[in-house]
Write a protein that binds this ligand. Structure first.
Ligand code: PHE
Length: 346
């Protein structure tokens, strides 16, 4: 009877082990492994625990042998579990991650950005002016008074130099007063100082003036500066370049109107208006380069002449895109900016 008890006990242990083996061979994920662990090794209602209770029913002489068998099977079963858990973690972890990508789900759409309308305009203007034979050049945004004023025949007492009309800045260890350039005409000087005529250049970039922002003003804006120095140049050439440019940029036939004006660095000087879709709009200033400017860069005013013009980029962009308030260009409102996808890319 005692022997039978021990045999039955051992048989129970053996069948538990083979059951565990069978179960674990079918386990394919962490969840079912955990379920099996609870069923077989659970501290409260686990199968092993139930068999362990049989130990106390063995006869005293069978207990040591029964205990030994129990411990051996327990160890085997536990190691089967830990092997399975290792198998589960390593190779199938990757497999599981792959399973999680459901290729039948609709993809998430990618949001495309677009080139800012001012940048689009700058690129387009550059490309049109290049086609007209003008070389695109660049200049610094922090300028000295020579390039921003003096070489452009804007004397000390001129109101354009008023501190209230300019962003003068202090630069440590710099001997000359500097400012954020208030116009791109500075680039005319920089190029003429280093090069001999003939010249056909265009420069596009930021300029700064302490204006209160409204629908047509902003303390930072962009200008296109054109300069042509060639023998025999007249106002007629100036007008025809501006008209060719405007027709290419806006499309259709654009009329250009000159109104007499004054700039210290051009003589004669004009305001440039353009008519498009039945409306005239002021686009900037222009004129024949003043002999004093030519002299200040070392040209002989008796030998060379040319024209210069400066247009507001925001104005021509607003015209082309139908924007009523230039502040919209700088509000960073995605609903405004996303309307300029694929429009006017040069
Ligand atoms: N620099 C002038 C301005 O900012 C525009 C201009 C450029 C006028 C070139 C004449 C010639 O108003």
């Amino acid at each position: 009877m005692t022997n039978f008890n021990l045999d039955a006990f051992v048989a129970d242990l053996e069948s538990l082990r083979s059951e565990v083996e069978q179960t674990l061979s079918k386990v394919s994920d962490v969840e079912s492994l955990e379920t099996a662990r609870v069923a077989f090794l659970g501290a409260k209602n686990g199968r092993l625990k139930a068999i362990q209770k049989g130990l106390s029913k063995l006869g005293r002489e069978d207990k040591p042998a029964g205990g030994k068998q129990f411990n051996a099977i327990k160890k085997t079963v536990e190691s089967l579990f830990s092997q399975t858990s290792v198998r589960m973690e390593s190779p199938s972890k990757g497999a599981k991650a792959i399973e999680q990508i459901d290729v039948t789900l609709p993809g998430s759409s990618i949001r495309f950005g677009s080139v800012h309308p001012i940048t689009q305009t700058i690129r387009r203007v550059s490309s049109i002016m290049s086609n007209l034979g003008f070389e695109v050049v660049d200049g610094p945004e922090v300028e000295d008074q020579w390039h921003n004023f003096e070489a452009l025949a804007i004397p000390d007492e001129h109101p354009a130099r008023d501190p209230l009309d300019n962003f003068y800045i202090n630069v440590a260890n710099f001997d000359r007063p500097v400012l954020l350039r208030s116009q791109t005409s500075t680039v005319q000087i920089r190029v003429m100082e280093h090069r001999k005529p003939p010249l056909r250049i265009v420069s596009l970039g930021r300029v700064y003036r302490p204006d209160t922002a409204d629908a047509t003003h902003y303390p930072m804006f962009h200008q296109v500066e054109g300069l042509l120095i060639e023998p025999g140049t007249t106002m007629a050439h100036l007008k025809s370049v501006l008209r060719s440019f405007a027709s290419s940029f806006l499309g259709g036939d654009v009329r250009v109107r000159f109104r007499p004006s004054f700039f210290p660095f051009t003589e004669p000087s004009v305001e440039v208006d353009m008519e498009w879709n039945g409306r005239w709009i002021e686009m900037g200033g222009a004129g024949m380069v003043d002999p004093a400017v030519l002299a200040s860069v070392g040209y002989d005013p008796n030998e060379v002449c040319g024209f210069a013009f400066g247009l507001g980029v925001e104005r021509i962009a607003a015209r082309r895109f139908g924007v009523a308030d230039i502040r919209d260009f700088y509000r960073n409102d995605i609903r405004f900016l996303e309307q300029f996808h694929d429009r006017g890319q040069a």
